[in-house]
Design a protein around this ligand. Structure first.
Ligand SMILES: [Mg+2]
Length: 274
C-alpha cells in the first residue's frame, strides 16, 4: 500500500452532491480526523466561511475555515503574486467576489485582471465590460478552473451546469486571449494546502472523483491518488488512459475499508461489513 501522512480531499462528488451528503462521508471524516487534511475545491462559488456552514447544513462535522482551499483563494493568491495590490473585475458568484476582495481591489474601470468563475454573473453587460477591459486596458483573462461542466443537484435532481472553462469561453473568443486557468490540475491549490499542513507532496494522498483534474494534478506532483466513483465516473466506467489512481473505489466507504484492512492502527477497524 502506498503510504501517506496527510490527505487532500475534493468535495463535490466525493463528500456531497449539491445539498446532499454522500453515504459514508461523515464516517470517513471521523476516521481521518486525527490526521492532517485539507479540502481543495475547483468550485469558487462558496467562500471558506460559507463552506463551514454548508457542511453543518449537510450534517457533516463542523470543521475550521482554514481547512478549505478554494479555487477562488488560489486565484487571488496567483493574482497577488503577479501584481501586488491588483485591480480585478470578476464575473461569477458572490463567494468569488468576496474571496478576491481579500487579495485585491474591485475595479471595473481599469482592472488588471478579468476573472471568470462559476455561478451566476455572466450576461451581455458583464461580458461587454470584461472584453473592453481586455482589449482597451490590457487586462489579462484568468479563469478559476478549467472544468467544462460540473455536476449539481438541484431539488434532488441531477443537473449539469457550465463550468469555468465554458463560462470563460465567450471572453476568449471575443478577445482572442487565451485564459490562464488556476484550479486543479494547476499545482497551486495543492501547494497552498501542503503549505498549510506543513507537508510535502510525497506525504499526501489526493482523494477525488475526476481523473482529469483531481488525479492528474496530484500525480504530476508525485502524490498518491484515490478515485471514488461517486461523482463524474460511475462504477465500472472506463477512465481516460494514462490516469491510473493508486486506489479506485466505488465510494468513500469502500476506500476507508481498504485503508482499514491495510492500516487498522491508523484508520480503526470496520464498523460494518464492507
Ligand atoms: Mg469533484
Amino acid at each position: 500500500m502506498s503510504t501517506f501522512k496527510a490527505l487532500l480531499l475534493d468535495m463535490d462528488g466525493v463528500l456531497f452532491h449539491g445539498d446532499r451528503a454522500l453515504p459514508g462521508a461523515d464516517e470517513f471524516l471521523q476516521a481521518i480526523s486525527h490526521l492532517p487534511y485539507c479540502f481543495i475545491t475547483n468550485n469558487p462559488i462558496r467562500s471558506p466561511a460559507m463552506l463551514v456552514e454548508h457542511f453543518v447544513r449537510l450534517g457533516l462535522p463542523r470543521v475550521d475555515e482554514s481547512r478549505f482551499v478554494t479555487s477562488g483563494q488560489a486565484t487571488g493568491e496567483w493574482l497577488a503574486r503577479q501584481q501586488p495590490d491588483f485591480g480585478f473585475y470578476a464575473v461569477g458568484a458572490a463567494g468569488l467576489h468576496q474571496t478576491l476582495s481579500q487579495y485585491g481591489n474591485y475595479d471595473p474601470e481599469t482592472a488588471d485582471f478579468v476573472v471568470v468563475g462559476e455561478g451566476e454573473g455572466l450576461d451581455f453587460d458583464t461580458l461587454t465590460i470584461g472584453i473592453n477591459l481586455i482589449l482597451k486596458q490590457g487586462a489579462r483573462l484568468v479563469c478559476t478552473n478549467p472544468d467544462h461542466n460540473v455536476d449539481a443537484s438541484i431539488d434532488g435532481l441531477h443537473r449539469v451546469l457550465p463550468g469555468g472553462g465554458a463560462l470563460v469561453a465567450p471572453f476568449a473568443v471575443a478577445t482572442g486571449q487565451t485564459p490562464v486557468f488556476i484550479g486543479k490540475p494547476h499545482p497551486l491549490l495543492y501547494e497552498m494546502a501542503m503549505q498549510r499542513l506543513g507537508v510535502a507532496a510525497p506525504d499526501c494522498v489526493m482523494v477525488g472523483d475526476r481523473p482529469d483534474t483531481d488525479i492528474a494534478g496530484a500525480a504530476a506532483l508525485q502524490m498518491a491518488t484515490a478515485l471514488v466513483r461517486t461523482g463524474r465516473f460511475g462504477r465500472g466506467e472506463k477512465l481516460p488512459s494514462g490516469l491510473e489512481p493508486d486506489w479506485d473505489c466505488e465510494s468513500l466507504t469502500a476506500l476507508l475499508d481498504r485503508w482499514r484492512d491495510a492500516c487498522p492502527e491508523t484508520f480503526g477497524t470496520k464498523t460494518k461489513a464492507g
